[in-house]
Design a protein around this ligand. Structure first.
Ligand code: NAI
Length: 403
């Protein structure tokens, strides 16, 4: 557990964020405080600690990610943040990525479920109820890339050709090159987090999503090491299912699966990423918990969020389950087109708060906030991005009234 459950006054850092960040963050904190007061009647209270990051930090202290912010999160373990603008050409690829790397927040956790009242582009958005565990520190996102035409890339092309006999680079003179590290440890800690979550939440199925059919050693490694973790948990796998089916027929396999699930075992299978993107549209009810690599996870999270009605409401968390460090975040950007107009939807931030309260063991607060938000949305009290007429503050007030 990240925070001592007996601590009734935890300090939690918050980063307002850039653009609409200031508008949604302060409104969301109002909802959090009201829900905590309602749940615990003054017995517990969060001490919010303002932390700087992003453009706001650069303007105030000349740095995008001040050491003080990192030190505070290291110390207090938990923080929640609004969106951060990406600095252009200032040495940082992204403050978000830097934050994840500095604190080794290896699991990007994105629950995706439908809320009644929200317009979704598919016929049965309520069939989607999944939690994505996206690996956050490796893959092609590690940031090891060399631009076309540079000395570095020419040297790399030379080494690949001379030392490794690589002749598959179609245009060696003009290629940029990226490196895709995927490790045993990086995969296993992510898949363990997904398995532990499935066990804790009483979920039945964990699906490993990969492109191991093409990238045999990186994505294929993820698949193999993922199944090794499944074995640690005595999971019932699709390989076992297929074996029983080949020997005793489909009904025998179904019976074995049913018995395994009844005994509390988790079903672990794997799906190729492109097929998975079809399956979430065709059969979304089949999936519970998904463990995947960084790039696949990026695409899948946004596709699923869109499927249930948009990224304006999708929450997220970046967690290191070993150290307990966790940064919860609104998943959308800074929405420069609506800054200062009181149009921003704070739901993504608020639902990230729900994840945060669950994480620190204050589940009463999480339940209250989620129910109040669901009630507000179902009543058609919506912000303009969801087709309603409420401003950020009126929407927040409606949620607080519904607590
Ligand atoms: P964006 O998410 O900021 O905006 C896309 C569209 O969605 C815009 O029309 C915007 O008005 C709308 N929108 C987003 N959040 C909304 C909300 N809460 N309520 C109502 N409408 C909302 O994406 P964009 O324009 O690609 O990025 C803008 C900036 O945000 C960039 O600097 C980008 O790097 C940064 N960004 C930061 C993220 C983070 O900190 N987690 C994630 C994505 C982008």
């Amino acid at each position: 557990m990240a925070i001592d459950k007996l601590n009734n006054n935890p300090t939690i850092g918050y980063i307002e964020g850039d653009g609409i960040g200031a508008e949604i963050t302060m409104q969301a904190l109002k909802v959090f405080d009201a829900a905590v007061a309602k749940a615990y009647d003054g017995e517990k209270k969060v001490d919010w600690l303002a932390l700087l990051a992003g453009e706001q930090a650069f303007e105030k202290v000349g740095e995008y990610l001040p050491e003080e912010t990192l030190a505070a999160i290291r110390k207090h373990k938990i923080a929640i943040k609004g969106p951060l603008g990406t600095p252009v050409g200032k040495g940082f690829r992204s403050v978000n990525v830097a934050l994840r790397q500095q604190l080794d927040l290896y699991a990007c956790v994105r629950p995706v479920a439908y809320f009644a009242g929200i317009h979704a582009p598919v016929k049965q958005p309520e069939a989607v109820d999944m939690t994505i565990f996206r690996e956050n520190t490796e893959d092609i996102y590690a940031g090891i890339e060399f631009a076309a035409g540079t000395d570095e890339v020419m040297k790399l092309v030379g080494i690949l050709a001379e030392d490794f006999g690589v002749d598959k680079i179609r245009f060696p003179e003009t290629s940029a090159i990226g490196v895709k590290p995927v490790s045993v440890e990086g995969t296993k800690r992510l898949v363990r987090a997904a398995m532990a979550y499935a066990v804790a939440q009483g979920k039945k199925r964990v699906t490993l999503v990969h492109k191991g059919n093409i990238m045999k050693f990186t994505e294929g490694g993820f698949r193999q090491w993922g199944y090794e973790v499944a074995a640690e948990y005595d999971a019932f796998t699709n390989e076992m299912y297929d074996h029983i089916k080949s020997v005793g027929g489909k009904q025998a396999a179904e019976n074995a699966l049913e018995r395994a699930l009844a005994a509390g075992r988790i079903y672990v299978d794997d799906v190729i990423a492109d097929n998975f993107l079809q399956q979430i549209l065709l059969n979304p009810e089949r999936f519970d918990v998904v463990a995947t690599l960084n790039l696949n996870g990026d695409y899948i999270s946004d596709a699923l969020a869109a499927q249930v009605g948009g990224i304006g409401i999708a929450p997220g968390a970046n967690i290191n389950y070993d150290t307990g460090h966790a940064v919860f975040e609104a998943t959308h950007g800074t929405a420069p087109d609506i800054v200062g107009m009181n149009l921003a939807n704070p739901s993504s931030f608020i639902l990230s708060g729900v994840m945060m309260f669950d994480y620190i063991g204050w589940s009463e607060v999480a339940v209250l906030i989620k129910a109040a938000l669901a009630k507000t949305l179902a009543a058609g009290e919506l912000t303009t991005d969801l087709g309603g007429i409420l401003g950020t503050d009126a929407f927040t007030d409606a949620i607080i009234t519904n607590l």
